[in-house]
Design a protein. Sequence first.
Length: 238
Amino acid sequence: MPERPQAENAAKAPKAAKKTAEKTTEKTAKKAAGKAAAPRRQARGERRIAQLLDAAASVFCRTGYAAASTNAIAREAEVSPGTLYQFFPNKEAIAIHLGDELLRRARDMHGQAFLPENLDKPLPELLDAVLDPVIAFNCENPAFWALMHGSGIPGITQEREELHAGLLTRVQDVLRTFCPDGSPEELTRVSGMILGIFKAALDLILASEGAERAAYVTELKTVLLRYVEPMVAIPHLH
């Protein structure tokens, strides 16, 4: 008789083991399903963020940063304001995220425009090689100009100043190659003037389209060529 409970326990053991195994399998399956779903959720989230950033870029270009609102961005993206707030707490956060992305692309583009091999080209071809990608980037991303010069957000303003300083250095390096006898002060002054001319012309270029835009681009290159060419032809910049 004392052996009977042991026999019952022995009979129950396989059932308990089976249940434990089933629970373990179920947990494993749930974990696997969760892991499989995570990349899909992440991909959907990334698509939604890209959609909101594209909408913000359109609104910032159309109304300017100051007049833009999260409701307008949500309408442009065809989502509810609640959906927007799942990803961004306010308009400034959207602008900073968009600005960071555009600044990254701008730096990549500048690296391509100022390739070392471009310095071996004649001055007119060098202007084409440098200006064409820079102008194309700004025309394809008008929100970049709107944010860099119209948002007033401290972080973006600082990034813009750093980008300007980097461009100034690149232009100085180009001038130093063509005008090795120019003093640092002269190179800095002329580089600043070149960037000033470019920015003024870019306002006109971005405000026009088609043949008129192409004409402004041609005028910009003509102005810079006539400004820089005499300096290249003499040993000192005066």
